[in-house]
Ligand binder design. Sequence first.
Ligand code: HEC
Ligand code: HEC
Ligand code: HEC
Ligand code: HEC
Length: 475
Amino acid sequence: MKLVICTIGTIGTILMAFAGACGDDTPTLSIEELQDPETCKTCHPTHYQEWAASMHAYASDDPIFVAMNNRGQADTNNALGPFCVSCHAPMAVALGTTNGLDFDPAALPKAQRGITCYFCHNVTGVGEPHNNSLTLAMDTTMRGGITNPVGNAAHKSAYLPSMDGNNVRNDSSMCGSCHDIVTPGGVHLERTFADWKTTIFAQPDPVRHLNCASACHMGGSDNVVADDPTANVPFRANGLHEHTFAAIDQAMTPWPDMALNAQRIQRDLDPAVTIVGIRSAGGAQHGGICVLPDGTITVRLDTIGTGHSFPSGASHDRRTWLEIVAYDASNAVVYSSGTVPDGVDPEVFDPNIVGFWDRTYQDAAKTQPAHFFWDVGAVDSILLKPPITTDPNDPAYDHSSTATLRPSAGVINQIDRIEARLRVRPFPFAMLDALIASGHLDAKFRAMVPTLDIAGTKRTWTRATQGALDHCNPF
Ligand code: HEC
Ligand code: HEC
Ligand code: HEC
Ligand code: HEC
């Protein structure tokens, strides 16, 4: 049996069985008190502040979520039931205070909204790898990634490998059970977890292993993890893990620390994708953007830092597209693609746009687009791919996507310079307009959809610096 060491206050060091929790004999706060994130604030102020700004805290207040859930109940005669709230308000479902019908977050106690501290830190079991099949102990033990937590007066503590970002045995199943969705109709619509399992990062090899809670989504810093004067709190190397869970979505109604979340989103997005060339035998890269004598422009896009496709998760709602603007020597625009104005969906602006998202349809023949989970019958997935092999001889080694653009005849020779960038939006206007039309969403949200740029894809090709033979700019 494995033993862990617990230091309880100033009493000293005791050895406890792994199955037990530290501080088993010390009284704790009640389960109900521990279920309220406000309880954690005094001793874990950084965790609290970051979480409070996160989409996990916002998940059931999110007006798009509320509108879509309620539209879903109306469209399906309430057959949707608790399907959506089981992930977006899991504590309320666990405590039986919502069944998902006529859902109004304001009717719930604040401690039951969103994905709370207690929910993640009380998980002891994982069932199916999708649709939140996590089970809670409903006890006073907070599970985390610290093998030797010191005792405290608020809660018991226990180590779980599935919470520890540094443990190669962490199979991401805790996060993965929610970050993977099979619709009531049986379509595997959101696949972040399934996708990660195919990547080189899922291997239990210490050189490459990265799970969701590793540096990517929960980077650690050297610090104390509790401001608790009554406990003997040690300084921990890589001890304090980020809880902002930033990616793409941001709050659209007033919410704590919106600037912090926006800054972390941009920080994580900027290196996620790049325009990059193929590394030649000599070591130099070529082929990021090429302007070819056959009249085409090619752009090679690659996910550099992502452990899943890009976009991921709600990739049927995300809109990611390539913008290209070509200028002649007098700086006049001679060709462009993807210069989508605000308020217009990229596929409406140009049906042939170079765009990465999951195209969803109601029917197998793929004639009727589907805007909502419960309508989806078929998916055409067009996403940027993550690395799945480290073997350079495997054809899958090159997971990049090369876009080919075809300006009209004669234009190629006029091009002197090209500016490129990849842009991202969280939602399509067609989906929002459908919610607005049925009276489920206030029209004001239409104007709040941000368009984000990925810095790693802001690249310039110039005729003066192109490769003499391949006509590409090395990046
Ligand atoms: C298995 C858990 C799960 C279920 C079930 C679920 N969601 Fe989500 N939802 C998520 C996750 C995880 C994200 C973040 C997605 C990402 O990473 O992009 C999300 C994001 C969202 C968003 C914001 C991004 C977007 O535009 O899609 C909305 C709105 C939303 N969900 C609505 C719903 C509705 C409505 C339902 C029910 C029809 C539902 N969700 C069911 C887990 C779930
Ligand atoms: C009275 C202060 C106090 C309060 C209130 C408190 N904690 Fe803690 N917590 C601590 C201390 C002290 C530690 C141990 C820190 C260490 O060992 O470095 C700790 C450790 C933890 C751990 C790490 C467990 C492990 O083994 O990895 C988690 C998770 C945790 N707390 C979550 C919470 C949550 C969630 C709440 C609110 C429900 C909360 N705490 C409230 C003082 C507190
Ligand atoms: C989405 C799930 C999730 C939510 C919500 C969440 N945490 Fe955590 N938390 C984790 C994971 C996973 C770790 C372990 C990270 C590691 O060890 O790599 C962690 C670690 C911790 C730790 C141990 C120290 C550290 O930083 O590793 C504390 C304390 C903690 N969380 C407190 C909180 C508090 C307080 C809240 C709410 C305000 C909260 N957490 C919300 C998943 C979550
Ligand atoms: C109980 C279900 C649940 C669990 C467990 C969970 N999440 Fe989430 N997560 C969600 C939902 C729901 C959202 C979307 C909220 C919204 O946008 O309205 C989300 C959003 C996110 C986002 C932002 C996605 C975006 O595109 O903006 C990140 C990043 C994230 N989660 C990471 C994690 C990590 C890492 C873990 C594990 C430590 C985890 N989640 C565990 C349900 C969950």
